[in-house]
Design a protein around this ligand. Structure first.
Ligand SMILES: [Zn+2]
Length: 115
């Protein structure tokens, strides 16, 4: 019929079909939709990259690097893992370069400045 038409690279999902009457015969019309299977797995990956959660390996490394104390004042109580570039501005949780230890005080001061 249409050679090559099915060689389209990609997944189709058959979402519906209907029977169309023309004058002479019944025609099945298939409704195909380009499957978003591969796309949605990319979305999953993106979500992971943009997770606010800091993976435990990153935390361990940051803790070791910063010596278990606030990088500003050296306090070792009430420490928080802080995103250097805020998560809301696209900062990643996956790189130790963007994560540091701050005490609660400096963590709060920093968020004051941002807002
Ligand atoms: Zn501090």
């Amino acid at each position: 019929m249409f050679p090559g038409v099915w060689s389209f690279k990609g997944y189709f999902d058959l979402v519906d079909y209907k029977v169309v009457h023309d004058q002479y015969r019944n025609v099945f019309r298939y409704i195909l939709q380009l499957s978003d299977r591969s796309e949605s797995s990319n979305v999953e990956k993106k979500k992971l990259e943009h997770s606010r959660l800091i993976p435990s390996e990153v935390k361990r490394e940051v803790w070791k690097r910063d010596g278990g104390e606030c990088v500003i004042c050296g306090d070792n109580k009430n420490l928080h893992f802080d995103h250097d570039l805020p998560f809301s501005r696209g900062g990643t949780s996956l790189s130790t370069k963007n994560v540091r230890l701050l005490c609660m005080k400096h963590n709060l001061q920093k968020s004051d400045k941002i807002e």
